[in-house]
Design a protein around this ligand. Sequence first.
Ligand SMILES: Cc1cc2nc3c(=O)[nH]c(=O)nc-3n(C[C@H](O)[C@H](O)[C@H](O)COP(=O)(O)OP(=O)(O)OC[C@H]3O[C@@H](n4cnc5c(N)ncnc54)[C@H](O)[C@@H]3O)c2cc1C
Ligand code: FES
Length: 278
Amino acid sequence: MFEILKRHEMADGTVVMNEISAPKIAAKARPGQFVILKANETGERIPLTMADTDPKKGTITVIYQVVGKSTALFRGMQVGEKYQDVIGPLGQPTHLEKLGKVACVGGGTGIAVLHPITRALKEIGNYVYAVIGARTKDLLILEDKMKAASHELEVCTDDGTYGHHGFVTDVLRDLLERENIKLVVGIGPVPMMKFLCKLTAEYGVKTLVSLNPIMVDGTGMCGCCRVTVGGKTRFACVDGPEFDGHAVDFDELAKRLDAYKEEERMAYEKFMKERQAG
Ligand SMILES: Cc1cc2nc3c(=O)[nH]c(=O)nc-3n(C[C@H](O)[C@H](O)[C@H](O)COP(=O)(O)OP(=O)(O)OC[C@H]3O[C@@H](n4cnc5c(N)ncnc54)[C@H](O)[C@@H]3O)c2cc1C
Ligand code: FES
């Protein structure tokens, strides 16, 4: 169980895709849901969204950015190796509705989270504009998949090495001016989601975001993933991870994500030293 069947590195090796055998999860999972993975007995519990599922093959696909100790440990896992635990599907599935024209906007690894939602919105009959962005061309992921999942795709890079030179929000502003967009789904780094929501609020367009607070149990028991939405405390693992972007307190989320920065840095450095030592 939980064997890695396919492995692929993207974005200069900073992002890794794993297709994992998990038949029970693949049979139940819906767009927007996530799993919690543990590499081994002493491993940390890491939440990752399912970028794809194949109920017939009994597989789920996760795409993760290597940012710290546990994702660096995952990166070392090869085809044929097994995750000790994969728990899920967790979280609420995306509320999918036929609304007309919708925009799906993704940044960085947020594109992996956005992909199944984009595809599902198209499948139920919406006209889907997709906008994806990365800092530079080499870090862009899933362009082909997002092209297939949408009707029109625009690509942006911060440094202008590919597609539109600038932020996804520039392209989104043009779309909001030009088209009667009924819903925006925006997934990416916290600052991107914050500014995207400011923009869509100006146009009064409903906006969904997927939040990534630090999680531990993923079942609503530990309180670790609490976020403030509309002035109320919500647990992203059971109430989310998707929320109305106009109601989210992004500044608080950013602060909570930074809370263990120093400990995370030390754990990563220790892990890399131990790995180099053999
Ligand atoms: C519901 C959900 C879905 C996610 N989906 C994806 C995904 O599809 N692809 C992807 O690349 N990342 C995703 N993440 C973020 C991913 O879980 C973290 O990057 C990972 O836990 C970092 O672990 P680490 O030990 O490598 O890094 P650490 O050194 O522990 O942390 C590096 C940074 O990652 C963040 N982080 C650390 N631990 C967690 C945690 N338990 N939960 C959330 N963020 C954390 C912090 O901002 C921290 O600064 C998701 C997070 C959540 C909550
Ligand atoms: S992760 Fe523990 S309550 Fe959500």
